[in-house]
Design a protein. Structure first.
Length: 220
């Protein structure tokens, strides 16, 4: 008897990828660090060791450039946590917008492989509002988690009465998406590249927040 080896899907290396616009001040860096650490701790209870959340440490230190190798980590992630600030979508610094569009494309392809329409109701982009108001194309179709009242003077997220339950809820959602995506066919991430800046520029121009006018003056 000849046995046929059936390929087993390889789960994504990362349960999730945190996409954020770097900041020069400690407030932004602390927020992203605590979000990552809190979600990672909760995820360990859901998925065990070895499956974590990708965070670009160079960007966290203030680097304002995109490393193409990071695109492979995004491809090898089940979903994306979008840390929203008004500077997230920017015409000059497009790496966050490119990460967002990349996950939109992956979400669409992965949805085609899912069985059951109900599974397609659970998106793979999780917006976390740090500051500002998300664009309509995000806020009108996705559930957003509001952390906009986070301040340096407050305690850590994992021990905070408002933030801790949100961290647990987000982690549970990520864990469930990871289980679902892990059952899909293998990905080829070795040569993966993000959408180019030129390919998203027209779309991005409609998403970037418009500048506020001076008091008493009408912008036209």
């Amino acid at each position: 008897m000849q046995y046929v080896k059936i390929p087993v899907p390889m789960p994504p290396r990362n349960a999730c990828f945190i996409s954020f616009r770097n900041g020069t001040r400690e407030l932004t860096r602390r927020f992203v660090r605590e979000l990552h650490d809190g979600l990672s701790a909760e995820l360990e209870t859901q998925l065990g060791r070895g499956i974590g959340i990708f965070l670009d440490q160079e960007r966290l230190q203030g680097g304002d450039f995109f490393n193409e190798i990071i695109a492979q980590d995004l491809c090898d992630s089940s979903c994306l946590v979008l840390v929203y600030t008004p500077s997230y979508f920017d015409l000059d610094h497009t790496y966050c917008a490119r990460e967002y569009k990349a996950m939109l494309e992956m979400e669409s392809r992965r949805f085609e492989l899912l069985d059951g329409a109900d599974q397609r109701l659970h998106g793979l982009i999780i917006p976390v509002i740090f500051r500002g108001t998300v664009p309509a194309e995000i806020g009108d179709v996705r559930h957003c988690y509001d952390f906009s009242d986070f301040l340096l003077a407050e305690g850590t997220m994992t021990k905070h009465r408002r933030y801790a339950p949100k961290l647990r809820e987000i982690a549970e959602y990520i864990a469930e998406r990871h289980r679902v995506i892990s059952a899909l066919e293998n990905r080829n991430c070795a040569d993966y590249r993000l959408p180019s800046t030129d390919s998203i520029r027209d779309w991005l121009a409609g998403v970037v927040p418009k500048p506020l006018g001076l008091p008493g003056r009408v912008n036209v």
